[in-house]
Design a protein around this ligand. Structure first.
Ligand SMILES: C[S@@+](CC[C@H](N)C(=O)[O-])C[C@H]1O[C@@H](n2cnc3c(N)ncnc32)[C@H](O)[C@@H]1O
Length: 348
């Protein structure tokens, strides 16, 4: 899966274990799905999952990893990816914008992305098959990018991986879960909180001002394929600002998250939050208290590579050090239906 700030790769086992400790639970909502890896893990554990995210690329990832069932699509997807891999490179928008005006990929790989993306559009595929092809393309592009993991800037020297030829792989599709059919949604979280229900709701909102649409604008453009006007060194989409999320606004974040917590119809809420985020532990505990008992599971991590490297000026000179190098990610599990002893056992 793609490199993604805030991805819950390291918490998957625990989120799954907590979800499985809710007696009788077979359905789950992932309201801010991002890479879709949490929804994928829950589907793998047998849950029917409703995944949601407001970014178009995240909706595609969730359509592939959560909604599409392996038994329906594997055969056709393998044949399609083989055809796409054989398409002749042809430079276009990606090559011009992200390889010549910027340096996210080598022009050779840019021309492959352009040609494959055009070929996907030309085939007018059913949505789930198209999402599988686009996911494969994003992941292939991610494996040969020349960034530190966000698309706000690119490396001055090509990353060694950037010189490898872009190669499509079949994403890890899952069979339909015992809990039933899963689905991907493309809604603002406040709307999704009112519309989607599950025995469990997993909430992993942005926790500061950094916009996911800004950090991953290249994926948004490859998925939307709308040749947007780009600006600045990073060649970001102009509409990134107009589509700003309420969860990236300091004055509005707490109220928006409180509304989600109050609205969503679920027996148990599992909330991911970092000690670097805008909501303090006391605030989160107060918001979640009406839901029943709240259990907090803490995880201590090194901060991401950008923070390890330090703060640099435009000439690449180090001008400062970051204030701290570790952060704590916490899972807040709220709801009287949780088998707390079973959750505690997962920690041992
Ligand atoms: C911390 S990330 C989720 C990461 C995800 N759990 C994973 O493991 O990959 C937060 C997600 O919230 C999404 N998001 C931000 N604002 C949103 C909004 N208003 N409605 C729905 N999704 C939103 C972002 O696109 C981003 O993917």
């Amino acid at each position: 899966m793609i490199k993604y700030l805030g991805s819950k790769r390291r918490l998957l086992d625990e989120i799954t274990a907590v979800s499985c400790a809710v007696p009788g639970a077979s359905t789950a909502v992932d309201l801010f799905s991002g890479t879709a890896r949490v929804g994928h893990a829950l589907k793998h554990a047998g849950f029917a999952v409703q995944a949601n995210d407001y970014a178009a690329y995240a909706h595609v990832l969730a359509t592939c990893y959560v909604q599409a069932d392996a038994e329906r699509w594997t055969h056709e997807a393998e044949a399609l990816l083989a055809e796409l891999q054989a398409v002749s490179p042809a430079p276009g928008y990606v090559t011009r914008t992200f390889c010549e005006e910027a340096r996210y990929f080598t022009p050779e790989n840019g021309a492959r992305i352009d040609a494959m993306r055009e070929a996907i559009t030309a085939r007018a595929l059913p949505p789930e098959l198209e999402a599988i092809a686009l996911t494969s393309l994003l992941e292939a592009a991610d494996r040969v990018d020349s960034t530190t993991g966000v698309q706000m800037a690119y490396l001055k020297q090509w990353a060694p991986r950037a010189h490898k030829p872009l190669t499509l792989r079949l994403p890890a599709l899952l069979p339909r879960a015992a809990g039933g059919r899963s689905a991907a949604h493309h809604l603002d979280a406040l709307k999704a909180a009112a519309a989607l229900t599950g025995h469990i709701a997993y909430l992993d909102p942005p926790y500061n001002q950094h916009s996911y649409l800004g950090n991953y604008h290249v994926w948004e453009t490859i998925v939307r394929w709308d040749t947007p006007e780009a600006y600045g060194v990073a060649r970001k989409r102009r509409d990134t600002r107009a589509r700003a999320s309420i969860f990236n606004s300091r004055p509005r974040h707490a109220d928006a998250f409180r509304r989600v917590v109050e609205t969503i119809d679920a027996r148990v809420l599992i909330v991911s939050f970092s000690n670097e985020g805008w909501l303090s532990r006391d605030t989160l505990l107060e918001m979640l208290a009406p839901r029943g008992e709240v259990l907090v599971l803490d995880h201590d991590y090194k901060r991401y590579v950008g923070a390890q490297i330090g703060i640099h000026n435009r000439r690449g000179e180090r001008v400062g050090a970051v204030s701290h190098l570790r952060n704590t990610e916490s899972l807040y599990v709220a709801g009287s239906a949780v088998d707390v002893d079973a959750v505690r056992r997962t920690k041992q």
